[in-house]
Design a protein around this ligand. Structure first.
Ligand code: SF4
Length: 472
């Protein structure tokens, strides 16, 4: 059976919105950055006759997207909690333009709240729940909607929820997303402050065995079992990627926790070593020195590590599963091996007080990371944090971002207001970066490379503008 022409769409959004529904934190960041639309690229690779459009990265307006969409019979939009209203309006515009179009929404929002997601507009015909790759393929093939597992659809005035679709286990059988990237995306449009430019990122597997209460993907789409490609398959895929993208400076494995299974991470590292490419990945702060060394010896440059908080009590509250002592040892090992760390922290998690914010800022300084990211705790529907926030009355606002797409402090506690949590982000950044060591480190990288100099100057200007606008 032939697939109908199918458009996979990361829809237009607020100016500077950080990578849309496919990113972990759907909000405007301090510095403009774009993640690859990997979640959509995978079903696009499964469907012949498809095209992937990443409107934010390609700076496409709704008008531009409508012009492209006219040629397609099925349109799959990656939605998210903050963007659902805008995505529903886009679905209506698509239907008005061509009423026969089958419009579906996918993503964590659709997985957890299918009824609300499909109910956002009569123009939405169906939503693909959980892992939606083969659900989209079945729709593209024109299979009858009642027979497609993992699908919720509109039948007259009723919404029907078909049985769940089983999770994918054989990742080696999935086609690579690299050919879709090459065909449909412009790699130069993707930039993240702490990665070299241009970079390419993708998933070699999905799911994370850790239980962090705030974390979106494992609790909504990916699950808690790490299901992944074999090291040999990753090696072949990366060899292909190296040929396709000779201009790429760095590859990033965006698996929730690439290091969750150390023997596999080491085997993949050896494959990367054979290719002689620079690469980086996500990691928990509990990787052993021996594994770190194998990774470093085979081209690993940077680890993206979620430290979250400097308070052990908060780490326990959020079920981080890594202690402060473990994280300090891991960080010292990375420093010794010359592995760069971009550390991420969250303010406003359960148990936060003025004192724990102070502790976390001091902790970050003590860790002495190359760069940091500070986010506001975000209770996404489907997460344990969301459930706790609703039960305890910590959630005063229904929205996670404001009208401009900027993250707002959604949680507050008896002794800590939203305003204090919001203000803590800026204070954290300033306390961390306005010191000699981080500034001199950044300046050194600028002096070594003219392109890095240009990027850092632009990012610096964006950083200050962001906080000016935020406090306006
Ligand atoms: S370790 Fe990272 S990816 Fe895994 S659940 Fe925790 S925050 Fe999420």
């Amino acid at each position: 059976m032939e697939c109908r022409p199918t458009l996979f769409l990361n829809p237009p959004s607020w100016q500077g919105f950080d990578g849309g529904a496919g990113s972990r934190y759907q909000a405007k960041r301090e510095v403009r950055s774009f993640w690859y639309p990997t979640w959509l690229a995978q079903p696009a690779a499964l469907v012949d006759n498809s095209r992937l459009v990443d409107a934010p990265a390609d700076d496409l307006s709704v008008k531009d997207v409508l012009k492209i969409a006219i040629d397609y019979d099925v349109i799959v939009i990656h939605t998210s909690n903050p963007t659902l209203r805008g995505d529903a309006l886009l679905a209506e515009a698509l239907k008005n333009q061509k009423p026969s179009t089958s419009v579906g929404l996918v993503g964590a929002q659709a997985a957890v709240l299918p009824e609300i997601t499909i109910g956002a507009s009569e123009a939405i015909d169906w939503v693909g729940r959980k892992e939606f790759d083969f659900t989209c393929k079945d729709v593209a093939l024109g299979r009858s909607l009642p027979e497609i597992t993992g699908l919720s659809y509109r039948d007259g005035g009723r919404i029907i929820h078909n049985p769940e679709r089983a999770l994918i286990h054989n990742f080696d059988e999935l086609p690579s997303v690299m050919d879709v990237y090459k065909r449909d995306l412009t790699v130069e449009n993707y930039a993240i402050g702490y990665l070299k430019h241009p970079y390419v990122s993708h998933y070699t597997g999905r799911g994370c065995p850790a239980q962090c209460t705030f974390c979106l993907w494992p609790q909504t789409v990916g699950g808690h079992q790490y299901r992944a490609k074999s090291p040999g398959a990753v090696g072949r895929e990366m060899a292909h990627a190296k040929t396709l993208f000779p201009q790429v400076q760095e590859f990033f494995f965006d698996d929730d926790t690439f290091t969750a299974y150390a023997p596999r991470a080491r085997e993949i590292a050896v494959e990367m070593g054979k290719l002689g490419v620079t690469w980086s990945c996500n990691a928990r702060a509990n990787v052993s020195y021996e594994t770190l060394k194998t990774l470093r010896d085979n081209g690993l440059r940077l680890l993206l590590v979620g430290y979250e908080s400097g308070s052990q009590a908060i780490l326990d509250n959020i079920k981080k599963g890594v202690s402060i002592e473990q994280a300090k040892r891991f960080t010292a090992d990375c420093h010794k091996l010359g592995i760069t760390i971009h550390g991420t922290f969250i303010v406003g998690l359960p148990g936060e007080t003025r004192e724990t914010i102070r502790q976390t800022i001091e902790y970050a300084k003590e860790l002495d990371l190359f760069s940091i990211q500070v986010s506001l705790a975000a209770p996404y529907p489907g997460t344990e944090l969301y459930r706790q926030a609703m039960e305890n009355g910590w959630f005063r606002e229904g929205d996670l971002v404001n009208e401009a797409g900027q993250q707002i402090a959604a949680l507050e506690y008896k002794d800590l207001s939203r305003e204090e949590i919001f203000a803590a982000v800026e204070k954290f950044y300033k306390s961390y970066y306005f010191r000699f060591r981080p500034i001199s480190r950044i300046v050194k990288t600028m002096l070594r490379d003219k392109d890095v100099m240009k990027r850092r100057l632009r990012e610096g200007a964006e950083f200050f503008r962001f906080f000016q606008l935020r406090s306006a």
